[in-house]
Design a binder for this molecule. Structure first.
Ligand SMILES: Nc1ncnc2c1ncn2[C@@H]1O[C@H](COP(=O)(O)OP(=O)(O)O)[C@@H](O)[C@H]1O
Ligand SMILES: [Mg+2]
Length: 377
């Protein structure tokens, strides 16, 4: 591994844009990835995630702006001269070579040449890291999907890159295996201390593994933050929608003051919403989207059980109920609000039996529970 200065960002993008003809794959991107960090790019298909990784790897060059690795500008530097390795979505393993030769492939191309002993040592280490000790002679087609994924990882790790780039690395695995590999990848990253930059369109994957997540939309970075920051303080509806589940109701700010904003929803209801610490104060008559997370909604059969600080109380009908172990998810319906989701913890059900489909219940939330999002962004 090359020398790495922990204070220097490992990767930085400075006003980076990438055009393919008329297509804007990346637009004025500014981002710093810190040494040892696990950062994910999250966004729908076609939003420019792979293009970003490929610009770090050197498979693409920016049309505008600069890419730095360890403080060195690398525009124009080809992939094989960069201290990074990429694991591709389709592992791109060599089917005619055994595992050892697949993993050793990059090392054998190195110049100056590495000794056989050193190559053997590095391959053994890499296979050990991905828990494939003793699989040297196996053929690719003799391995399961998860094992093939591990070979692809070993092949990248064997080069001891400063940054490991992973493009939807778990997309080909079934759900259960994907969960296991997510945990393994996270452990692996902690063990080797290499910076990981991962691309995914799966929010659960991004949130469960990463130190920070970079949310992308149409070639642009919308918000970068820890999973918790993105969940608690989404910048706009796009982020709130992508990170976790939420109910959204459009409306307008009527007045603000005293740490509160009075909101009139388009569905006719009025309510107050707290201005959160370092939250943005919206101007009067500004259009907003009120976001309320399902777990922030309080349900009760009996009005006397409702909390006293409710910002709004409505009577809704239970349309559907899904038992989720710890929680029960209710799909509710009310004439003006339409359908929305609420997540009731088990404790509630200990006091009151679960609500039945078609039952009418009380629904409320507190002033502090809702978030106002600027829906111009
Ligand atoms: N080599 C290319 N030539 C033309 N268009 C491309 C090329 N690579 C990517 N694109 C386009 O750039 C946009 C972003 O693509 P990509 O980075 O692959 O998105 P993602 O990985 O988020 O799905 C898409 O519209 C895609 O079609
Ligand atoms: Mg992609």
């Amino acid at each position: 591994m090359g020398s790495s200065d922990p204070l220097q960002p490992v990767v930085s993008f400075n006003g980076v844009s990438k055009f393919f003809g008329d297509i804007v794959a990346a637009k004025d991107l500014n981002l710093e990835v810190q040494s040892g960090e696990f950062l994910s790019f999250l966004g729908p298909s076609g939003c420019g995630k792979t293009t970003m990784l490929r610009m770090i790897a050197g498979f693409e060059q920016p049309t505008e702006g600069d890419v730095y690795l360890q403080g060195n500008r690398v525009n124009g530097v080809p992939a094989y001269k960069r201290p990074v390795n990429m694991v591709f979505q389709h592992y791109a393993l060599f089917p005619h070579l055994d595992i050892e030769r697949n993993v050793a492939y990059g090392l054998k191309q190195a110049s100056p040449r590495l000794s056989q002993t050193l190559i053997k040592e590095r391959v053994d280490d890499a296979l050990n890291l991905v828990q494939l000790d003793g699989y040297h002679r196996r053929r690719i087609w003799e391995l399961s999907g998860g094992q093939q994924q591990r070979v692809a990882l070993a092949r990248a790790l064997v080069n001891k890159p400063q940054v490991l780039l992973l493009d939807e690395p778990l997309a080909a695995l079934d759900r259960k295996l994907r969960r296991e590999m997510q945990i393994e990848l996270q452990n692996l990253q902690r063990n080797v201390g290499i910076t990981f930059v991962l691309v995914t369109h799966d929010q659960e994957e991004a949130l469960s593994m990463s130190d920070r997540v970079c949310i992308m939309r149409e070639g642009e970075i919308v918000q970068v933050g820890s999973p918790r920051e993105l969940y608690d303080k989404p910048l706009n509806r796009y982020v709130a929608d992508f990170v976790g589940k939420s109910n959204f109701f459009d409306g307008i700010v009527e007045s603000s003051g005293d740490g509160r904003q009075a909101v009139k929803l388009d569905n006719g209801h009025s309510l107050d919403v707290d201005v959160h610490a370092n939250g943005k104060l919206m101007a009067s008559s500004q259009r907003i989207t009120l976001s309320i997370r399902p777990e922030q909604i309080v349900l009760a059969r009996d009005a006397a059980r409702l909390p006293e600080d409710a910002a709004i109380v409505i009577e809704a009908e239970v349309r559907n109920r899904i038992f989720l172990g710890e929680h029960t998810e209710y799909l509710l319906h009310e004439g003006a609000f339409g359908e929305f989701l609420a997540l009731a913890p088990r404790q509630v059900e200990a006091n009151e039996s679960p609500f039945e489909v078609n039952e009418k219940i009380y629904v409320c939330w507190s002033r502090a529970a809702a978030l106002l999002l600027d829906n111009r962004m």
